[in-house]
Each structure stands twice: as C-alpha cells, then as structure tokens.
Design a protein around this ligand. Structure first.
Ligand SMILES: Cc1ncc(COP(=O)(O)O)c(C=O)c1O
Length: 390
C-alpha cells in the first residue's frame, strides 16, 4: 500500500485518535470473503448488478425487520424499512424531503460534524440545543421551540444521536426520549434518530429507541452497516412509517438510481443469513470495550486534574473538556507535532467557538498501546499548552 492508498484521513507514522472508523482488521473476515464469493458465483450476481428495487434488496430488508423486531420487541413490517447508501444518504434524503431551504432544523450542541455539513448544503437554518452528560436537555429544547414559535418559525426536523453519541459518547436516558417525543407531538416536528452505534453497547442493550417509544409516529430511525461491518459497503437502513418510507422510495434519486447498493446488499444479505453478523457484533463489542477501558484508565492516570471527560458505555468516542485557559486548536496543533492526531471541538458545533475547549478522542481504530501512548503524550501537550497561555 502506498501513502496515497491510505484510508480517508490517515497518515503514516502517527498515532491517530482522530477518526471514528472501525478497526481495519475487522473488515475482511473469512466469513465476509465467503459471502462475497458465494454471491459472485451465483446467478443472483446478475440481478445484483442491475438497478435494484427502490426500497432495497428484499432478503436484506426481511433480515433486518426480523432482527429489529426480535431485539426491540417491535412488530415492524417490511413496508417500514428501506435500505440506504449509509446513514449519510438517509440524512441527506430526509433533509431534502422534509425541510426546505430557510426552514429550521434542530441539532444537538455538539453534533456529528458531517451532519452539520449536509444541513448546510441544504441551506436550512440550524439551531443547536444544549446538552449535558446525559445528552440533549429536553427543557432547553422546549425553551428553544417556544422562542422559535413565538417568532413564527416552525422547526421541521430534530436530528439527534441518542446512543453513544458522536462526538460525546453520551447516551440519552429513556425518560428524556419520552419527553422529547412529547415535544415533537406538541410542536409538530420530525425526529430523525441517527442510531448507527446502537449495536455497539458495552453494558447490556441500549435504551429503547425513539422509534420504539413513539410507536413509529413522527420518528425516522437510521441504522448502518458502517460501524458493525464495513463502511465501504455504503449500506444502511431507514425505519419509519409506511408512508414515510414510501415517500423516500418515490423520491427522484431513488426512482432514478434504484434502491441502495444492490450488489453490496446481496453480499450482506448472504453474510447475515448465514448467522455471522451477530457473532461479529459481539466480537466488536468486546474489542471496543477493551479499547474504551484502556483509554479511560490512561486518562485517569495521565490527565491533569482540571481536564474532564465522558465515560461512554458504547461506541467509539470520548469527549474531553479542557480548562478555560487551554484551547483545543493549540492542543491539536502541538499534538500533531508530536505525531498524535485528534479532533478539536469547534467543528462539532453550529457555533464553532462553543467547542474551543473540547477535544474528541476516537479509540476505535488505534491499538491499545497507541491509545495509551497517545493519551500520555496528549496529557503532556495539554500541560505545555496551559503554560503557553499563562
Ligand atoms: C453519528 C453518525 N452518523 C452517521 C455516520 C456515517 O454513517 P454511514 O457510514 O452509514 O454513512 C457516522 C460516522 O462517523 C456517525 O458517527
């Protein structure tokens, strides 16, 4: 592999705590290779290489419906689910279909950086709702909704990442989810639940989804194979009312291009039907849990006493809050000089200055040794950055 072939955002000879990518060693398992081979040597390969049905490859839809019903105690029908080309595609499509330019979309502060990018592409007006260590604060949401309504603005979408949040790692408690559903009913907005980390829970099942708590009303819930199988498949799913799914299947891009990635979907269906995915997910849970543990113990061993961090119970990320005298951009620049890559907080906020004292650490694709060394070096950098400021 040459330097130019490295995955997006990666460079050689550095410790990267930068990106929320899966560990590369987990991507091409023998089981995945087998599924690929079985598909390309079967007559299905010809169908899979054609334009696919708008809602997506039926065998994979059926598999997902059965999994979701079993795990979440629901009675979802195939008409409630469509395949998408990753969560990214779903967020883009839903924004296009449910919010016009100039209309209001609500997001968490902080939120997923590339979702902000998509919303800005669609020229919607973004309002950020404060969060705490339990995620989105319903009373703050209510305050913002009342203010917006009094000025004649009617938010169309609330975009939220309830489980193992990117970038904070936090998980929204069930009571808050119910309160937010109440507000969606009262103020008439759609909840777009980005649930791509749901399966990567380290401590039992994740809380009930917005979709489950709202009985499928006013919620569109997004899942993905990116974090638990491989992002290069570009495959995920969207769960919603039959009408909403129909609307997405009828939209221009779906009609023109057909359903999402039929070839990848056929391979994933073959892989999942053979029962491999469950075992793979449980392997990933222990792998990432171990890395989370290494990161948390390095943080408590090395970090100065006035640095705070979250304690994720799943997913890929830990969120650091630096003292007021230490700026994330300085830390990021100085850490890079030492060969440690991480994300400064600004990009995760609608108002970037809100993140000038935050850092995001991703432990998902660094080795335990690199996580430990990276955090030790980062702690030294933070001490030095403080001295530069003082
Ligand atoms: C919260 C969140 N949503 C969506 C994505 C992207 O998902 P996909 O690869 O399925 O488009 C990511 C990836 O980092 C993410 O963290």
């Amino acid at each position: 592999m040459t330097a130019n072939d490295l995955p997006q955002g990666m460079t050689q000879n550095t410790i990267s705590l930068l990106l929320g990518h899966p560990d590369p060693a987990t991507l091409l398992t023998p089981e995945m290779r087998n599924a690929m081979q079985r598909v390309i040597s079967s007559p299905q390969a010809y169908t899979a290489l054609q334009y696919g049905p708008e809602q997506g490859t039926q065998s994979l839809i059926n598999f997902l419906v059965e999994k979701i019903n079993r795990e979440q105690g629901l009675s979802v029908q195939p008409a409630n689910l469509m395949l998408v080309a990753g969560a990214t595609h779903a967020i883009d499509m839903l924004t296009r279909l449910y919010a016009r330019p100039g209309e209001v979309v609500l997001v968490e502060a902080p939120t997923y950086v590339d979702a902000i990018h998509i919303f800005r592409d669609h020229q919607v007006e973004l309002y950020a709702i404060p969060t705490d260590e339990d995620g989105l604060i319903p009373s703050e949401l209510e305050k913002q909704l009342a203010l917006l309504h009094s000025s004649g603005k009617f938010p169309r979408i609330l975009y939220t990442i309830p489980n193992f949040h990117n970038p904070t790692g936090c998980t929204l408690p069930e009571e808050r989810r119910s309160e937010i559903i109440g507000l969606a009913g009262h103020y008439g907005f759609l909840i777009v639940e980005d649930d791509v980390y749901r399966d990567l829970s380290f401590e039992g099942a994740a809380p009930a989804s917005f979709y489950a708590l709202a009985h499928g009303d006013q919620v569109l819930s997004i899942g993905s194979f990116s974090k638990t199988l491989a992002p290069g498949l570009r495959l995920g799913w969207l769960l919603g009312s039959a009408d909403a799914i129909q609307r997405c299947a009828d939209c221009g891009t779906t009609q023109m291009g057909g359903g999402a990635n039929p070839f990848a979907a056929q391979i994933v269906a073959e892989y999942c039907r053979s029962g491999y995915w469950e075992a793979h997910i449980s392997h990933l849970r222990s792998l990432y849990k171990m890395r989370r543990n290494v990161a948390l113990s390095a943080l408590s061993q090395y970090m100065p006493g006035d640095v705070r961090w979250t304690h994720p119970t799943g997913g890929f990320f830990i969120w650091l809050s630096l003292p007021e005298t230490v700026f994330a951009q300085d830390v990021k620049r100085m850490a890079l000089q030492e060969g440690v890559l991480l994300a400064a907080g600004e990009g995760f906020f609608v108002h970037p200055s809100d993140g000038q004292h935050n850092l995001r650490l991703a432990y998902s694709c660094a080795t335990p040794g690199d996580i430990e060394t990276g955090i030790r070096m980062l702690a030294q950098v933070i001490q030095r950055a403080r001295m530069v400021e003082e």
